[in-house]
Write a protein that binds this ligand. Sequence first.
Ligand code: AR6
Length: 169
Amino acid sequence: MIEAVRGDIVRERVDAIVNAANTSLLGGGGVDGAIHRAAGPGLLAECRLLNGCSTGDAKVTKGYNLPARHVIHTVGPVWRGGDQNEAELLASCYRRCLEVAAEIRCRSLAFPAISTGVYGYPPRAAAEVAVQTVLAARGSPIRSVRFVCFDTETASIYEELLTGQEAPF
Ligand code: AR6
């Protein structure tokens, strides 16, 4: 099942939530700040051991005080006008998160709208990449993907893009 909901990702009761982090993995604002606040200090302590993360890649930690069992930290591209490989790097984030989730046997996964806040990626273009990449994830052991949108505008873009689409898993 693939669905879009409006809400706060820290409240998602799923096997893993995805964090839109930066390459340091040491916290920040936006959804990253919200996840670290809700998870508690254990999350930062584990993140310190990971040696950061490249743009387009993903690394996993436990969820600590979150209802989600794991956090998959990924680093989206900063939007620089669209001709700096942003779409490929953003697609790589979604693909790597699905791969990491499969490696740790997650069945349910919740994504925020990676790169669309501080990193400036236009929300519709980002949602197109997110939906296309998840729809292409054939053979994944994941059974449920939720796109958790902080605002109603983003949620309605996802709802539109998902209308009539069938999950490939
Ligand atoms: N639940 C769901 N979505 C949220 C939440 C939340 N609690 N809070 C914000 N969003 P951003 P980025 C939405 O800026 O653009 C951090 O400082 C938000 O409305 O969190 O990838 C990191 O450390 C937007 O749609 O992430 C990096 O330095 C989306 O999440 C940098 O920001 C992403 O916005 C990453 O920037």
